[in-house]
Design a protein around this ligand. Structure first.
Ligand code: BTN
Length: 274
């Protein structure tokens, strides 16, 4: 891997030149202290999440890996994440420290908020968030997020926040549970992946601060973009389905489902409108 240096970012790259991703354009708009200051840009990896979870070389807090192609991009519940090479954003952010599970939940919701804010600010898109962390436009999926972690004792010491965004992909052949879309399809123009990534990372750094100092702000920002609260929903957890009203999310980011007169706390699952 070559190392090149652009302004304040240390960049490791497997690209041999002829950038598909313009690092200078990304760097100009990156306004963070830590997140993305170590930036790895790859042609192809197995999965950006796997690389950050296992790499001894790329192990600094705030490191971001962006890959143009993932051979085995992973989604939630061991699903695959498919993305056309060079057209979208598939990247992961490494967080190191000592994290309680509740902080991880906040970062999970907050990652979706940071993507939503970027789409609203840059493209004025009307974004909807779906619990726990999908980003939708007009009920179609634009972005998926997968958090993975490693633990030491009873605390998590490493969190990898993996984000896949359909940016400039023009079409999506195949069958999907939730129909996919891209920014290009919704905004009717090709957009700058560099500008979008810097904006998301700028937002995400603020989310990390809020997860420590003002978690209720993340919860409120998430709630205000969730259109399913108050609706009758179906939640599938493994091979079990639960039906009820999506009452709210609690202070730890779990979903509260009203089943008859009881409030049931949902830790994970796929939610759909009944
Ligand atoms: C989902 O909606 O199921 C989550 C999809 C997460 C995909 C991203 S792409 C970058 C990162 N690397 C992976 O292997 N997965 C995540």
């Amino acid at each position: 891997m070559r190392v090149i240096s652009v302004a304040n970012i240390a960049i490791y790259t497997t690209q041999s030149g002829g950038w598909v991703f313009n690092i200078e354009e990304f760097d100009i708009k990156l306004d963070t202290e830590v997140i993305g200051r170590s930036f790895i840009y790859c042609d192809e990896v197995d999965s950006t999440n796997s690389l950050l979870l296992t790499s001894k070389e790329f192990n600094n807090h705030g490191t971001v890996i962006l890959a143009e192609h993932q051979k085995h991009g992973r989604g939630r519940k061991n699903r695959e994440w498919f993305s056309n090479s060079g057209q979208n954003l598939t990247f992961s952010i490494l967080l190191k420290g000592e994290f309680e599970q509740t902080r991880v939940n906040l970062i999970n919701l907050g990652a979706a908020v940071s993507v939503a804010q970027a789409l609203e600010n840059l493209f004025q898109l009307n974004v909807e968030l779906k619990w726990p962390n999908d980003v939708l436009i007009q009920k179609k999926k634009l972005c998926g997020i997968l958090l993975e972690s490693t633990s030491k004792g009873d605390k998590l010491n490493k969190i990898v926040v993996g984000i896949g965004i359909n940016v400039n992909q023009p079409n999506f052949p195949g069958k999907f549970d939730i129909p996919p879309t891209s920014i290009r399809k919704e905004f009717h123009e090709e957009v700058s992946r560099e500008r979008l990534l810097s904006e998301i990372l700028n937002n995400f750094e603020k989310i990390i601060e809020l997860s420590e100092n003002n978690p209720s702000k993340i919860l409120d920002d998430w709630r205000s973009r969730c259109k399913m609260i108050g609706e009758k929903v179906k939640v599938v957890e493994g091979d079990q389905a639960k039906f009820g009203i999506f009452q709210d999310i609690d202070t730890d980011g779990f979903m509260l489902l009203k089943v008859g007169e009881k409030l049931v706390k949902i830790h994970y699952g796929d939610v759909s409108i009944r």
